[in-house]
Design a protein around this ligand. Structure first.
Ligand code: CA
Length: 223
């Protein structure tokens, strides 16, 4: 999966980064370290981080959820926009101690580390715990970017956890372009294609599939 917006020439992408994003130094260094990682394509594109940060600001979000944290770039992009209030929080779900150690190292350099509540566990367990803890409807924003065959379950839990008027963003909805003709043996792409079809007709949300990075679907929970 590409972590640069699909279909942009290298020159236009470079122009976008130079004139369309303003990435703090700590995020640039985190991105550059992650680019040397064997799974670097799991990192979101900087233009996507910038876009999600703007969305979260527009929502006036205080409580946000992230499913799939990896080395922490997207969490940092979002957490930086949260207000300095006691309830400002980003609950970050990931299964990897190894990857999230990189995340923690960079988060600690910033003043938002205390706002990020990293839960190392299968995300479904964490989401179910939040629901059992009466936190349904208490989040403003959720970002889903983890194992693709579980996306539908993450989406359903997120729909319960965000408030009416809250936003769910789902990453990699293009699957590198493969959704137009999912290979029979590619379970992940087939799962995303099925979810794209489901969300397009989902009466509970208002939807826009945005062709940024590898396709970012925005689903706004109806009031
Ligand atoms: Ca992704």
């Amino acid at each position: 999966m590409s972590n640069q917006s699909l279909g942009l020439s290298d020159a236009l992408h470079a122009y976008l980064l130079e004139h369309g994003t303003c990435e703090p130094d700590v995020m640039r260094r985190l991105r550059e370290e992650t680019a040397r990682h064997p799974k670097s394509n799991m990192q979101i594109a900087p233009e996507q981080g910038q876009f999600m940060a703007l969305l979260v600001r527009m929502l006036g979000a205080r409580r946000t959820l992230e499913i799939g944290t990896f080395t922490g770039y997207s969490a940092l992009a979002v957490a930086r926009t949260l207000p300095d209030t006691d309830d400002a929080q980003l609950v970050a779900c990931d299964v990897s101690e190894e990857y999230t150690q990189v995340a923690r190292r960079y988060w600690r350099e910033t003043d938002v580390a205390d706002k990020i509540d990293l839960r190392i566990a299968p995300a479904l367990d964490t989401l179910n715990e939040l629901l059992d803890d009466d936190q349904a409807g208490s989040f403003d924003f959720a970002f889903i970017d983890a194992d693709k065959t579980s996306y539908d379950a993450y989406y359903e839990r997120s729909l319960d956890l965000v408030r009416p008027g809250g936003l769910i963003a789902l990453d990699n909805m293009f699957r590198g372009g493969n959704v137009t003709d999912p290979p029979p043996d590619d379970e992940s792409t087939r799962a995303i294609d099925a979810l794209n079809r489901k969300i397009a007709g989902d009466e509970r949300v208002r939807v826009s599939m945005v062709p940024i990075a590898d396709g970012l679907t925005l689903a706004l929970k109806k009031r």
